[in-house]
Write a protein that binds this ligand. Structure first.
Ligand code: ATR
Length: 276
């Protein structure tokens, strides 16, 4: 039995053990996946102990994604661009580190929700870690344009410049403030701010949602957030939260560790909280 775990503080709320245990069952993989509560300030010692006991890999959740970035010996481009790590693989003295949040998000949107990003006008709310992680996988889909809108405009502009530098395609990327959006509308709007966690609403105009638009809340399990409510009131009928992203980033990590790709449909079904 190979050992894996998710590490965080707090950790009780994590769905990762449920997800990975379900994946192991359907793929016939002999693994054990547990929760590890790390004291704040003792991330490295806690991971060292898990490795010494034979641990093969870990998912990383708040507040340790930056600690994991520092702890890694080999950072994948996804982790470098995100500036944060959400999955580690241990091989001898090596600590390989990835960030699968962005690729999980894109896979959910394109594959599960059937909404291609190619040629679409994309708006992302927020310029924090969630947006950083999502940008490159999104740009790789070849959208018509990506606009990052943020309360602190300079952060959006910096992130847009970074994305322009690192993308392999040449998609126009802009960073703006909410007041700069004017009457522009978008085919897909992502809420990657932490506003939903405090039930706040970013100052977004309803006119940002084009007819037929998809509104996607990256947070999971919060029901109809103020952002999704605004989208609904603007006439948007395709609303989604981050349950599919959660399942897909887990599937990416599972495949990276075990070499088999689990199907996510059953897990998504089980974890879906109605958007009401
Ligand atoms: P994370 O790593 O989860 O993205 P973060 O790096 O703290 O968290 O970023 C949070 C993002 O949510 C930021 O873009 C923040 O805007 P500022 O950069 O202007 O602070 C945004 N945010 C948080 N609360 C918000 C609110 N009530 N309205 C609009 N944006 C908000």
């Amino acid at each position: 039995t190979d050992r894996y775990a998710v590490i965080g503080n707090p950790i009780e709320q994590s769905k990762s053990p449920l997800i990975h245990t379900a994946f192991a069952q359907v793929t016939g993989q002999d693994i054990e996946y547990t929760k590890v509560l790390s004291p704040l300030g003792a991330f490295a010692q806690t991971v060292d102990a898990f490795r010494a006991a034979g641990g093969r890999g870990m998912n990383v959740t708040a507040p340790f994604k930056l600690d994991a970035f520092a702890y890694a010996t080999d950072l994948a481009p996804s982790a470098q661009m995100a500036g944060a790590v959400n999955a580690m693989k241990f091989e001898g003295g090596k600590v390989y580190a990835e960030n699968f949040d962005g690729v999980g998000l894109v896979r959910d949107v394109v594959h599960n929700l059937g909404c291609p990003l190619q040629g679409r006008r994309v708006l992302i709310l927020g310029a924090g870690g969630a947006t950083r992680g999502a940008l490159l996988p999104m740009l790789a889909q070849g959208p018509a344009e990506v606009v990052i809108v943020n309360r602190t405009v300079a952060k959006a502009q910096e992130l847009a410049a970074l994305a322009r530098k690192h993308q392999s395609a040449s998609v126009p990327v802009r960073g703006v403030g909410y007041a700069d959006l004017g009457a522009q509308s978008f085919d897909v709007v992502f809420n990657a701010t932490s506003a939903s966690l405090s039930a706040e609403l970013p100052p977004l105009s309803a006119s940002a949602f084009a007819p037929g638009c998809l509104a996607y809340e990256l947070a999971y399990g919060k029901g109809l957030t103020p952002f999704l409510k605004l989208a609904q009131q603007a006439g948007v009928t395709r609303l989604a939260d981050g349950v599919g992203m959660l399942a897909e980033q887990a599937a990416e990590a599972f495949e990276w560790w075990r070499g088999v790709r689990p199907d996510t449909a059953a897990v998504i079904d089980k974890l879906t909280v109605p958007l009401v």
